[in-house]
Design a binder for this molecule. Sequence first.
Ligand code: HEM
Length: 196
Amino acid sequence: MTRFAGCDSLLQLDGTERNNPVCVDGDVAGDRVALFAANSGFLGTRASLMLDVVFVAMFLVVPVLGVSIYLVKQGRYALHKRIQLTLGIVLLAAVMAFEVDMRIFTDWEKLAEPSPYYRTDGWSTVWAALTIHLAFAIPAAFLWAFVIIQALRNLPNPPLPGPHSASHKRWGWLAAFTMVMTAVTGWVFYWLAFMA
Ligand code: HEM
């Protein structure tokens, strides 16, 4: 634990200098985990560890999703199934870890304060970007669960085209589109809030 020049009261856990570190008063020991979560992002921006993890993860999720859809069009149905189930589990784990970070450890608004697009006293570009992001991210989560459950219930095992195909394609494309938009709008929000 080191004192950090940017904090009037104290400190930063890992001792490395970062822009706008999160500082706490008083009960340092009790705030160790929160300090670690908020200050240990690895991209060198103001974002927390989990924000950085999700930011980078979406650069993998989008191309993998593209490859999976390409493969299914080549008739590689079982591989498509395996990739989609893996992506579903990875995304679920990421969302859960992210929610724990945001609800318990990291005050993202504090990290966004230095941004010229953020205002402490009301509506701002950062809030608009977050609203647009959530307008895709929340439906995406439900659509993915829906598409996966329906596919597991209604497509044969091992997976092959069948009576459920038309519905799966329609909802599958919608689910894929919302996930891509979730990634793009998430990157925009990240830039506005934690890089600008
Ligand atoms: C959220 C998860 C998933 C998404 C976003 C998704 C997306 C898609 C998309 C967009 C297509 C249509 C490709 C085209 O236009 O030809 C497709 C086809 C297909 N998917 Fe998925 N999929 C998902 C999960 C699954 C799962 C879990 C299975 C197996 C249990 C599966 C089996 C298939 C099969 C067999 C086809 C071919 C249908 C046909 O050509 O008649 N998918 N998927």
